[in-house]
Design a protein around this ligand. Sequence first.
Ligand code: DP6
Length: 355
Amino acid sequence: MNEDITNISWRAPSNIALIKYWGKRAHQLPDNGSLSISLEKTSTTTTLSFKRKLRLEKNISFEYYFHGNRHLRFEKKTERVLNDLIPKMPFLTDYELVFQSENNFPHSAGIASSASSMSALALCLVSMEEIVNRKKLSKDPFFQRASFIARIGSGSASRSVYGGIVSWGNIPFIDPSSDDYATPYLIPKDSRFHQLMDIILIVSSKEKTVSSTSGHALMNDHPYREGRISQANSNMSKMTNAIRNDNYQLIGTIAENEALSLHALLMTSSPEGLLLKPNTLHIIEAIKSFREITGLDLFFTIDAGPNVHLIYFEDQRDSVLPFVQDTLTQFCEDGQWIDDKIGNGPELLTHEIEF
Ligand code: DP6
C-alpha cells in the first residue's frame, strides 16, 4: 500500500421528495423549498483516494471510476462540480484525486442517482478537507458543510446527507432553514414516520429523455412559474402541518398533487417533457382503487421519470405486499421493483482518521 495515499469511503442514500424542488436560480439555489425522505437501501458508495501532487499546478487532477470502470460522462459532470468548488475548497488543486463509485440501483431510471452520488462525493470531500486542514468538525457543522457542498453538485443531493425526513430551502416556518443547505426535520421517537416504507416500481430503467437539470432550466420561462412557486410554498406549509398532526390522508393528497404537478409542468414546458408511460398511469389508477377499497394509509409519488414510488407504513406491509405482487408488478419492466424504507442517513465506511 502506498503510504502517501489516503482513502475515504462514504455510503450516501438516495431520497424521494414529497414536496418537489423544481426550478432554480444561479448557484444552485432552489426556487422553492422541498421535503424528502432519505431511503435506507438505495444508495451510492464512493471512495475518494488522494495524494499530494509532486508539482503544484492550479488545475484539478482526478479520475472517476463507476463500478470499476473509468466513466468519462460522470467524469465530465464531476469536473464541472469540482471546478465550481475550487473557490470553496482551494486545497482541491493541490492533490491527485481518484473517485470510485458504485450504485446499488439502475442509474438514470428516475431514481435520484445524482442525489446519492453527489452527496457521497461531498461527504468524501468534507472528510478530506478535515484531514488536509487538520481540523475536525463536530457533527452538526460537518453535515451542514457536506450539505452545502453537495448542493453545488446537485440540489437534491443537499438533502441526502441526512437520514429521515429532510427539508431544503428557506422556509419561513422551519428553523433553521436555508437555500444554501438542507435541514433534518425532527420526528418524535415514537412517531409512525419511522416506519415509512417505499416500494419503487420500475416502469422503465431506460435513460430519461429530459434530465432533471434541463427540466429545472425549463422553469425559467415557464408560463406557470409564479403559480408553481406559490403552490409549492402552500403545499409545504400544509405538508408540515399534516406531518405534525399525523394526518396521513392529507400527506398523501399533497404528495400526489406535487408529483402530478411536476409532470404537468414538464408537459407544459417548451420543449415539452412527457416522461410518464402508460404503465405509470396504470399503477396510479391501481393504487387509488386499492386505497379506496382498503382505506390503507398509502400514496404514490413520482420524480422526473416514469417510475412510481408507493409510500406506505410498515404496520400495513402484510396487506401491501400481495397487492404489489398480484396487481402492480405486471406493469413493471421485467417485474422489477425495489423494496426500500426510510433510512438513517449516510455512513462513513472507513475509519475516522486521527490527527
Ligand atoms: C424531480 O437535484 O436532480 O427529483 O440540481 O440540477 O442536479 P440538479 O437537479 P436534481 O433535481 C431533482 C428534481 C426532483 C425533485 C426533488 O428531488 O426535489
